[in-house]
Design a protein around this ligand. Structure first.
Ligand code: NAD
Length: 491
């Protein structure tokens, strides 16, 4: 038996299910990048909106890459299980807000038609940081990106997220349909502004007048999204099937914590998100800095150094006292001074909660998963606070240790001499640098510091930064990650 609308009534009583007529819900949101995070975050808020009677805010989810989600969920009428994992067990709930699934590479025109539906007033995105085809160091469109070149040459059959957004917006404009609001839910710095810049530039390259229209007419509110959502494993599928008494091909796993702070700028209208726990604010920036620098910066540092120390998950890494000290000292002594507290927030309580969230053993979040795409993540997570600290003349030892951990990781060989499966759009460049440097830590650091898309033009010429990173990388090679973290955090 498989999860489906017809089988909803056969679920055991302890499984929550949609408290509304799922089949009657109307699509008002198109989501690009329908991965685990969207399904455990935005789709849950919208499920709650639907349950409160806002029937026009169901989701059409599209993948711009793999058909995997569509193939898993289509036979289930788009239904899937959210398992909220904590020390007290797994709380299961079936989500009904995903009403339609599309696979862009198979049929781009159907996705464009869905994006042009006048009932669709918001396009949300979680296409990962690299999906915006931008230069992470400058936050501008990477005009040499192969997908951008392809989409400029053939705009009616796009491949990239900017390509789909601009083609759909251009078609709506031509048809006299008001533009949708673009809501980026990826962990980019100033995500609305960054995506606005990238999309307006892409539109201008197609047609300067279209570029000006996008700048003037399309809203790109900023958001801060927070919920830890590890990739689903086969063991998770088996656990869910056991509880449901039926198969669910792709449930999603999440921690209990969830937060969504949204800039309230939706000219075409929006669902009543404030009624379902989201925070609608005028300025997202302080929330975003708090989250990107304290949560994501610590997460990446734990991921690189934990992986090198042989740890499979973040919880395993956080079980080590030396890594607990590292997170505490990184956050308290270096990052907090670069984070303005959002209105009403208590940074001390936020950090304590973060450390508990990282240590949640029920959440098997792999260090390898978080280590992915570091070139796209490092600038906002570790390098921006480093710039702020250097400007203030303040020490950066723990932040530099995180950067050195990334360098040691992207060298592609672990401490036992085994290969690391480095996933990153710039992985081939890192491999070439590592091959040239061999076991020489200074040469590896110099080669990687020259990757301008990550470090920009300023940091590689600041000896306070390069010196701290080289020293930390040298110790990582000489002593290993576990001993380096232990030594760095004592005293
Ligand atoms: P996932 O692997 O489950 O899904 C990623 C989605 O992005 C897939 O739909 C994939 O097809 C798409 N994608 C990947 N590369 C792309 C590209 N180049 N162009 C277009 N689409 C592309 O991952 P996830 O857990 O859903 O995370 C996705 C993003 O969500 C993260 O990168 C992050 O920005 C944000 N996020 C995730 C979490 C989390 O805990 N998982 C927390 C906060 C924010």
């Amino acid at each position: 038996m498989r999860l489906s609308l017809a089988n909803l009534s056969r679920l055991p009583a302890d499984i929550r299910r949609p408290a509304y007529d799922v089949a009657a819900a109307q699509v008002g949101v198109v989501h690009l990048g329908v991965g685990a995070f969207h399904r455990a975050h935005q789709a849950v808020y919208l499920d709650d909106c639907l349950a409160r009677g806002a029937a026009g805010w169901a989701v059409c989810g599209a993948s711009l890459r793999s058909p995997d989600t569509s193939e898993a969920l289509d036979p289930q009428d788009g239904l899937y299980t959210l398992a909220v994992r904590s020390g007290t067990g797994d709380d299961l709930r079936v989500i009904g807000s995903l009403r339609r699934l599309l696979v862009a590479p198979r049929d781009p025109s159907t996705l464009l038609a869905a994006m042009c539906d006048p009932n669709v007033r918001i396009v949300t995105l979680t296409v990962t940081e690299k999906g915006y085809c931008h230069d992470p160091a400058t936050g501008t469109l990477d005009e040499a990106h192969p997908d951008i070149i392809a989409d400029l040459a053939n705009p009616a059959v796009p491949r990239s997220a900017p390509g789909f957004l601009v083609e759909a917006l251009a078609r709506r404009r031509a048809a006299g349909v008001a533009p949708f609001t673009v809501l980026c839910c990826d962990n980019l710095p100033a995500n609305g502004e960054t995506v606005a810049r990238v999309v307006a530039r892409f539109a201008a390259l197609r047609d300067p007048d279209l570029g000006r229209w996008v700048e003037a007419e399309v809203a790109f509110p900023c958001t801060m999204v927070d919920r830890i959502v590890p990739a689903t494993t086969d063991a998770d599928r088996a656990m869910v099937a056991g509880r449901l008494g039926m198969e669910d091909a792709w449930p999603v796993m999440a921690e209990p914590f969830t937060q969504w702070v949204v800039e309230d700028r939706f000219p075409a209208g929006r669902p009543p998100l404030e009624d379902v726990g989201a925070e609608l604010v005028a300025d997202v920036r302080p929330y975003e800095l708090m989250k990107l620098r304290l949560l994501n910066g610590s997460h990446s540092t734990l991921a690189y150094l934990g992986y090198l120390a042989g740890k499979e998950t973040i919880a395993e890494t956080m079980a080590e006292p030396a890594f607990q000290r590292l997170v505490a000292r990184l956050q308290d002594e270096e990052v907090t001074s670069t984070v303005p507290a959002p209105p009403g927030a208590d940074l001390g309580a936020y950090k304590r909660a973060l450390r508990e969230r990282f240590a949640n053993p029920a959440l098997k979040h792999r260090t390898w998963q978080i280590a992915m795409d570091g070139s796209q993540k490092l600038p906002q997570r570790l390098l921006s606070p480093i710039r702020d600290r250097l400007a203030a003349g303040a020490p950066i030892g723990f932040l530099a240790l995180g950067v050195a951990g990334w360098m040691r990781y992207v060298s592609g060989t672990d401490e036992k001499g085994s290969a690391i499966d480095v996933r990153d759009p710039l992985a081939a460049r890192f491999k070439a640098v590592a091959e040239t440097a061999g076991p020489d830590a200074d040469r590896l650091a110099e080669g990687l510091l020259a990757v301008r898309e990550v470090f920009g033009a300023d940091l590689p010429t600041d000896p306070r930064f390069t010196g701290a990173v080289k020293a930390a990388l040298g110790r990582l090679y000489a002593e290993g990650a576990a001993a380096s973290v232990d030594a760095a955090t004592r005293g």
